[in-house]
Design a protein around this ligand. Structure first.
Ligand SMILES: [Zn+2]
Ligand SMILES: [Zn+2]
Ligand SMILES: [Zn+2]
Length: 200
């Protein structure tokens, strides 16, 4: 790779992967570039109109497409970070390959973290879910608070949008505890103990 090579980096909104494409300045000045994700779901395009570069960037942060206008100086020699207009965070980097690679790594980490935050707040009712989880914790703290009919005391928890599943680690039996309404919480609070309906 020659040192003057220019890299374009963005996150694919379809598959979430970091996409980096490298072009040499001569090619960029003489033809339009299309940098596609290998999943085929997104393409970054540049168009040079003789004085400015118009760039359309698929945005992995908001899922949309943003356009930006850059000077030849920025595209062929400088380093540019383009921000997503919805989230205010940089979602595309243009510059020397090493710099862009580093920035893309950070962007991937950021995007992954946001996906996880999104999951955490994806409950139907956050307050009820919180109450149900703390009630379950109390039940689990009692002797034989949560057991399986198969005799096992070993279980794991799977949190869903409007319920919590208690799953027996031995037989795979499953007890669904609804966590959507006040009523669900009242029902749960009547139980001193919970028994997973496992295989007998
Ligand atoms: Zn993709
Ligand atoms: Zn965006
Ligand atoms: Zn069991």
């Amino acid at each position: 790779m020659n040192e003057e090579s220019r890299a374009f980096g963005y996150l694919c909104p379809e598959c979430g992967k970091a996409v980096t494409g490298v072009r040499d300045p001569f090619t960029l000045a003489t033809s339009d570039a299309a940098i596609a994700c290998e999943c085929g779901g997104a393409v970054l395009r540049t168009r040079y109109d003789g004085s400015r570069y118009r760039i359309s960037v698929p945005c992995g942060l908001c899922g949309g497409t943003h356009t930006a206008v850059c000077t030849p100086e920025q595209i062929l020699r400088g380093a540019v970070a383009l921000a997503c207009t919805k989230t205010g965070q940089f979602s595309c980097f243009i510059g020397p390959a090493g710099t862009v690679e580093r920035q893309m790594k950070e962007l991937s980490i950021l995007a992954e973290k946001e996906r996880q935050d999104g999951r955490e707040t994806a409950f139907l009712d956050n307050v009820i879910m919180y109450e149900v989880l703390s009630e379950l914790k109390e039940i689990a703290a009692r002797p034989d608070g949560i057991t399986c009919r198969c005799g096992s005391r070993d279980w794991k928890m799977q949190i869903r949008r409007s319920a919590v599943d208690l799953i027996c680690a031995d037989c795979g039996g499953r007890l669904r505890v609804p966590a959507a309404t006040d009523r669900d919480l009242d029902d749960l609070c009547c139980h001193l103990r919970l028994v997973i309906p496992g295989r007998v």
